[in-house]
Write a protein that binds this ligand. Structure first.
Ligand code: NAD
Ligand code: UGA
Length: 461
């Protein structure tokens, strides 16, 4: 089937960038990105490209090229569902907060609502593509919903999970390691797979497009994230061991990663991984394993999250102890709120957890992030702790205005801007004794002078 019109339900961090690239690379296909959030759609349509709801390096250039040519953003979900030959479901699949599986299972209510809507509105055959990350066998559930609500239409379901990472999304989409497409092993199923393969083939080499059955595709996405997160927890667990033994975690990480069988990616120690997906996808994997009676498998993966929580708490304690032991003014400047650099996304950012721990110890915080807005910081803190002490929080647009009044800085996100600060001047202006937490250690002025200010900025220069 030659696809002429695509609809993507969900204009978030995945739907927006992914559809922008599909539209850019397939100028003859109309791509309609729809969302029920009118503010978000207005932002995607905003004349000033700085106001796009997602910040990703390179995104605005692609949007500028394709928007209103063959890329459109709209709140008219029904209209574009009906118009499309192929519909991507790219809605959020958060961890359930109530009911069966609470705290572990993925909440599929948004995915299911899309399926119902598609069934209700459709008058012609459609290919439905699961873009959201979902538990294995979700496509079966989607099919059931579609068939039970609409018996006149042939719906083919594909799984096409997304592997982009925020901050590098445009590059990941442009040159993906692989595109994964799962579908039914039937004549119609294979035709549907071919239609999607054709869309990606306009820029992705065929050898990088992997086709599988539906269940393999769904499960591969969850487990790929689990593997990545597991590497981070492994290196973070060793960071504590290094601190006790005098080994240097960065040297150990380098030595491990130079083994070509292991590789160097995802071995950077941190205050713990953040982002909307690693935690929720592992919780979901644990839930699936446990539901199948695979308790040892569940426990194995759950440990990745236990170490991540431990790391966040361990670093919070370091800062709190530093303040108490040195009798410092209980005030910290937090640099960075996004869960990693080059994104405005703050979901599950380690900064939120560390800030909350500081607030619980009556330590006031000033927060600076180049891309995150004050309202988002407030939302994140409220979300974690509805009773948080607002008077202890101050969001600043310029980080060092009151620096002479501060003893402690904590760098929580590795923004390049932070690495490039003139740290020597900052340090000289700080109240003494001055301490800086670089996402790994707490260093004082004298120690940093010895190491050299160039080294500074999360030790990643
Ligand atoms: P998001 O929250 O940024 O966007 C989801 C959007 O879907 C929201 O704007 C919401 O308003 C909209 N939506 C929900 N239900 C809707 C409905 N019934 N009709 C219309 N709009 C609806 O989420 P995201 O980060 O883009 O993630 C989407 C999916 O992709 C998740 O399953 C996630 O696990 C997966 N994923 C995310 C990333 C990432 O980096 N963020 C990467 C790979 C995969
Ligand atoms: C991750 C995966 O990398 C993507 O492949 C996947 O598509 C996506 O999740 C998803 O499903 O949502 P993302 O969370 O956007 O992407 O960003 P990552 O680069 O994976 O970073 C996640 C967190 O791990 C960040 O907080 C980062 O600082 C941390 N991290 C990463 C480390 O602590 N150490 C590392 O070595 C690498």
């Amino acid at each position: 089937m030659k696809i002429k019109n695509i609809c993507c339900i969900g204009a978030g961090y995945v739907g927006g960038p992914t559809m922008s690239i599909i539209a850019q690379k397939n100028p003859k296909i109309n791509v309609y990105v729809v969302d029920m959030n009118a503010n978000k759609i207005a932002a995607w349509n905003s004349k000033n490209l700085k106001n796009l709801p997602v910040f990703e390096p390179g995104l605005s250039k692609v949007v500028k090229q394709a928007r209103n040519r063959n890329l459109f953003f709209s709140t008219d979900v029904d209209k574009y569902i009906e118009k499309a030959d192929m519909i991507f479901i790219s809605v959020n699949t958060p961890t359930k907060i109530s009911g069966k599986g609470k705290g572990y299972a993925a909440d599929l209510k948004y995915v299911e609502a899309c399926a119902k809507q598609i069934a209700k509105v459709s008058r012609s055959n459609k290919i439905i593509v699961e873009k959201s990350t979902v538990p294995v066998r979700t496509s079966e559930k989607i099919k059931e919903i579609l068939i039970s609500n609409n018996t006149h239409i042939d719906f083919q379901i594909l799984s096409n999970p997304e592997f982009l990472a925020e901050g590098t999304a445009m590059r990941d989409l442009e040159i993906p390691d692989r595109v994964l497409i799962g579908g039914d092993n039937t004549i119609e199923g294979k035709k549907a797979i071919d239609s999607l393969v054709e869309i990606y083939s306009s820029w992705v080499p065929k050898k990088n497009i992997l086709t599988t059955n539906l269940w393999s595709s769904e499960l591969s996405k969850l487990t790929a994230n689990a593997f990545l997160a597991q590497r981070i927890s492994s290196i973070n667990s060793l960071s504590e061991l290094c601190e006790e033994t005098g080994a240097d975690i960065e040297e150990v990480s380098k030595a491990i990663g130079m083994d070509s069988r292991i590789g160097s990616n995802f071995l950077k120690t941190s205050v713990g991984f953040g982002g909307s997906c690693f935690q929720k996808d592992i919780l979901n994997l644990v839930y699936i394993a446990r539901s199948l009676g695979l308790e040892k498998v569940a426990e194995y993966w759950e440990q990745v999250l236990i170490i991540n929580n431990h790391q966040r708490n361990r670093f919070s304690k370091k800062i709190i102890n530093c303040i108490k032991e040195n009798n410092l003014k209980p005030q910290v400047l937090i640099l960075g709120w996004a869960f990693k650099k080059n994104t405005n996304d703050t979901r599950e950012s380690a900064a939120i957890y560390v800030a909350n721990n500081l607030l619980n110890n009556n330590i006031s915080i000033q927060i600076y992030d180049p891309k995150v807005k004050k309202e988002q910081v407030n939302f994140d803190l409220l979300n974690l702790n509805p009773g948080y002490e607002k008077s202890l929080v101050n969001f600043v647009d310029e980080p060092f205005l009151k620096i002479s009044d501060l003893n402690v800085i904590a760098i929580m996100t590795e923004w390049d801007e932070f690495i490039n600060f003139d740290w020597e001047t900052v340090f000289n202006k700080m109240k003494k004794p001055a301490y800086i937490f670089d996402g790994r250690n707490i260093l004082n002025f004298e120690e940093i002078k010895k190491i050299g200010f160039n080294y500074f900025g999360l030790g990643r220069k």
